[in-house]
Design a protein around this ligand. Sequence first.
Ligand code: PRX
Length: 633
Amino acid sequence: MPNDPQPEIYPPSPEVIAAACVKDRDEQAVRASRDLEAFWAERAQEFEWFKPWDKVLDDSNKPFFKWFVGARTNIAYNCLDRHIKTWRRNKLALIWEGEKGELRTFSYHALNREVCRFANVLRSMGVKKGDRVTIYMGRVPELPIAMLACAKVGAVHSVVYGGFSVEALHGRIEDSQSNIVITCDGSWMNGKIVELKNIVDEALKRCATVEHVIVVKRTGQPVQMESGRDYWFDDLMGLPVAKSLPGTRSDTEVMDAEDPLFMLYTSGTTGKPKAILHTHGGYMVGVATTLQWAFDLKEEDRWWCTADPGWITGHSYIVYGPLLLGATSFMYEGAPTFPYPNRWWSMVEKYGITVFYTAPTAIRGLMRFGEAWPNRHDLSGLRMLGSVGEPINPEAWRWYHRVIGKGKCPIIDTWWQTETGMFMITPLPSMPLKPGSASKPFPGVEADVYDESGTPVAVGEEGFLVLKNPWPAMMRTIYNDPDRYVKQYWTKYPGVYFTGDSARKDADGYFWVIGRVDDVIKVSGYRLGTAEVESALVSHPAVAEAAAIGLPHEIKGHAIHTYVILKAGHEPSEALAEELKIHVGHETGPIAKPEKITFVKQLPKTRSGKIMRRVLKARAQGLSEGDLTTLEE
Ligand code: PRX
């Protein structure tokens, strides 16, 4: 911990330093702080711009920052076309394994062909620049293909995680005003089928804007196909229009650097998830640079980010980041323990994975099964490991380092958010590591820890984590709600970005992120709003009121605990608690299923009627309830 007089430090090995593309993080940080625009402009030179920028950063209308102003580009062009003009044409871009063991591979040339075809399909369905397209799929190659095809035609993709359910999907389709939904018949997870198409059908009954549904056949069980609305992906890809002129190449839309690339819904303090908007130019530069520097990604590496493309980690570091760097990326469809807890390690061995990036919850979950499972496999090809999504407890860090990394792989603990688009606080491999600390800000990023009044706190003290200057992959706004963007992120400390996290900084300037300070719960690294769970609960006919909180959980980090007041005429019972859990799973998704439901007669509230979740949390943990002056009698 930060106040420890003798903190545990893992210095970089000479081999790691020799290989590192950035030998001295502090030198780069000083360069960036002297001239932020020159720093990022240099990184941007790596890419193809159809027209160069007039200005790197426009901060004249804070907090609506603009990057690479006046430039024209397209991120899909930089992910694909740029490489197929070189020897990378025949390099593997994507290796995919299905949960049942199927293997599919795509060279850059092949991936580009599929993306071009699908871009043609989208265009033929009338999709044009600026249109929103909802993608709700399992982890199959058609998911990145769909994302890239949207980018290519200038449409804005809105990927909804395939683990979300009817109401969550419905809300996101409606808010984004998508005309097209791309989905699968189903997806494989833990040997079972997740009925994606059925969920889409149910969600669409609640909203009428969608004209077409494109369905990838993955699991093959019978699904309803509504004539004139629903089309099979493969049928469309076989049409002459998909292969149309010239030679299956569809033209890439020329985008302004600031044109939107995607929106991604994430949970915040209110019930309505917000759509975080990212753009083509700055996002491209930020994501590629951070991936290359933090993981020291080399041409010959095999990169595996275990996230789902439905979350920001998948957007930035399965799809866009690796392709921008011309890397070979591995993607796996299913569960880490299917059929046995060695599944991941067997694939690390089989595909020669060299750099592996996952979440603390997964590490803790696999740790539980013991060392024998990973020890059955040759993991010696690994040279770098990563962690993301929540603080990694030192015990899990040490296990990951010793058992998976054999004591030789640096652990890159990356702190960032859907909103930041790219790593913000992360070690670079050439830095000493401290288990549990994400270490220092990426060069060009200025982070600090403030007290309530906006004064930096003393070394070792807890406070609010803030970011003090703009970065290229930063969110631009909340789709359709710019006021909420300003209020939520830039108002607590005017001109400074409020992360919603608490943290400490130690005497070496290392950051120790503690967790959320708002009504967001991180369950197994997934981000959920208390309000989303509560609104799912109150949509059940027996529930009058509900409150959700996150309580520490050994594997998941946090688990959802809920308190429910029943409507008159309904009695608490085990069976009803179970029914409510299933109801939340059906409405929001299995990840939102409460761990525990407690029936209560009253909830602690402020006089203005707001539920005091911190009181519930303190009571549940037997802690002091703090200041109760606002508590209603
Ligand atoms: O609380 C922090 C936690 O995850 C939040 C962001 O969640 P999301 O937008 O879903 O993005 C997750 C993937 C980038 C943060 O506010 N978090 C993320 N990474 C870390 C972390 N907490 C501690 N250490 C991390 N490395």
